[in-house]
Structures are given as C-alpha cells and as structure tokens.
Design a protein around this ligand. Sequence first.
Ligand SMILES: [Zn+2]
Length: 255
Amino acid sequence: MKPLELNGDAVGKGNLILVNPSHPIRNEITKERLVPVSKETIQTPVFLEKQSARMLSEIISILNSGDRITPVSGFRSLTEQIEIYNTSLAENGEAFTKKYVAIPGCSEHQTGLAIDLAENSGNIDFICPDFPYTGICGDFRKLALRYGFIERYPEGREEITKISHEPWHFRYVGYPHSVIMNENDLTLEEYADFLKGFPEDGKHLCFSYENNQFEIYYLPVAAEDIIHIAVPEGIPYQVSGNNKDGIVMTLWRAQ
Ligand SMILES: [Zn+2]
C-alpha cells in the first residue's frame, strides 16, 4: 500500500468540488493550470483547466464538429465574474441576473472546470447561448458523459441548484463520476451527499462501466486535519475534495 498524506486544503481542490452560493470557492486555480481551448476558431481565447480542456478537445475531435460547436465562456477570474454580474444587473435587471449569473466567488467558471458552449450561428448570446438537445449538440451531450462532463443545471432541479435551466453550461467532474451522476439522475449537490453514504470505513461504491471497475469512497476531513490514507499500489486513483467537508477517493480497480 502507498501512504498518502492529505490536509484540510484538499477539501477545496479537485474535479468534484461543489461550488454554489452556499459553498464558495476556497482556492483560486493557478494560471499554470489553465490552457486555451479551440484557440483557432474564436477571437477571445477561452481558458479551461488542463485536464478538462484535454477531454473537451477529445470530444470535439471525435465528433469532428469543427466550429459548429463554439466555446463561449470558460475560466473567469473573480474580477471578470464581478464585471459580468454588474453588467448583467445593469442591462438585464436583478431577477434575470439572479437566475442565470452566479454570485462572484460562487461561480463554477472561477474553477476552470466549467464551460458554456454554443451551437455556432451568426449571433451568439453571451449569457444564454443556444445549445439544443438535437443534432450535433445532442451528439455532444451523449459523448460528454463518457469524457467527464455533465449538464450542471438541468431542468426541474432549480430548487436544488439555485440556478435556472442552462442547457449550455457544462461542468467537468471527471469520468466515471459523470456517468454515475447521469445513471442516478443526480445534480452535483445531490451527488456530494450521495457519496457520503459510502464512507471509508463502510461499504464502498463499486461501479462497473464498459470494461472498467471503480471503487469510490468518502472520507471526512476538517480544516485543521492531517490525515493519512493507504492507496493500493500500481493502480490509478484520483483524490478530490467536495468543497464541503471531506474528500472522495476514486480507485480504478481493473480494466
Ligand atoms: Zn456557465
């Protein structure tokens, strides 16, 4: 077994962090971890966290969608989020802004793990771009799950997410979590709680998909904690905080 030491900082880092009005961002992503996506097709480059960007370009390349799918907005700094929020307040009013624009400090766009996409047309709306459920966008949705992306603000879940239905906003949570969330019809808010039902010292979540087998469990971590866990040697694993109260371990058991 390989020993792994984690401290309270780990809670606010990783692909599974829950970011919403009740759970603001704890760690700003560093510039070195951001890369531009589809730089050749747009005037203003859109940035994403490296791994999410790699997975997005994989999907685009499999779909061979060229510039039919356009990234509209990816990473935003706190300053940019404040600007967007204030501009929307002035132009669209408070009710609209509260529905569609996250409060600065609580926007997934500040994590580098979220991207707004548009079906390319002459006229793209920056806040509410058109991204339908049919055609190339429908194909994107199916493939996106296998590459770790979820539609973050689905219809009918506004009570839970506190954001209106946004067919254009995708969040990278990583595979296999995207697939498990979809199979169980869970938002990220619900998934964070769902995973707490699989504690380290209890029954772990075992999930098989295609030829992969995963073992997933949750471990509470307080801010001042330094915890030691043992990871089986020779297998890939991922550690992610939930941005609430603990971390989630994902072990790739077999292929
Ligand atoms: Zn968005």
